[in-house]
Design a protein around this ligand. Sequence first.
Ligand code: ATP
Ligand code: MG
Length: 295
Amino acid sequence: SFHRILKEEIKQEEHLGPGTRTNIYSGSLMVKSIEDDEENGGNSSSQQVKVVLKVLGSGHRDISLAFFETASMMRQVSHKHIVLLYGVCVRNQENIMVEEFVQLGPLDLFMRRQQTPLSTPWKFQVAMQLASALSYLEDKKLVHGFVCAKNILLARDGLDADEGGPFIKLSDPGIPITVLTREECVHRIPWIAPECVNSMSSLSVPADKWGFGTTLWEICYDGEEPLKDKKLTEKERFYDMECQLATPDCQELAHLMTDCMNYDPKKRPFFRAIVREIVNLPDKYPSFKAQPQTG
Ligand code: ATP
Ligand code: MG
């Protein structure tokens, strides 16, 4: 159930980096726009848009079904804070997801690059936009599966006062964890939900709440990587012992984070409630004027 893009319609440019079993490139897509105004009698014209190509190489054809699962999930969503998937392209032996290019790249790198500290209201706004995207997915009973700062892209940084704040877009989760090795799953601690490490089939909406909690931690700590220097066995132990990440200074987000990072998936709050809580934060921070964001 996704739009097929012909290989002649895309152009591949710069290599942006490796993903999980994938390679990511910038590029362009030719899009036809039918102009139906009377003057040109419904002529079609085409236009180049900048895109990102997520390429699953020919060596990974065994997981192409899983790759298409992600594409089909992304095709079912339409939300201003979720990256737009234009479609899927089969180019010889390769499968390619063609997505909207998001100008300022991943949030973790952006935050780490900043010389002057990002304000608390700025962080609230990012948290709110992410929660609204995840609340939308929750309503549709769709699971993202890899919520992390690296998978949040920044369309606008909103650092100038007149820019109306930051604007994020949640990227696709890539290959679903169901086809990852156990080691790859352990590597994703502390983003992967504890219940998913030993049973990838436990992946459901509550797992995204855990990932949201971990992402709040990253936002509070300006893009720092949680459990950065830990070996895989130490990461495993971290979950076995039901440990918690360090509590951030920002109390409001810390509280949300701990609610989401509950080892019992049933006890994690609904995104709807999380959005409501973030909306109410301006009482304490008059300079933060967020609007509840829907659809
Ligand atoms: P996969 O989803 O296949 O596992 P990945 O999520 O691990 O891949 P990323 O690390 O998210 O891959 O992407 C690699 C790099 O590509 C990122 O660091 C980012 O710079 C860039 N990138 C990915 N998606 C976009 C996008 N939509 N717009 C701009 N840059 C992007
Ligand atoms: Mg990604």
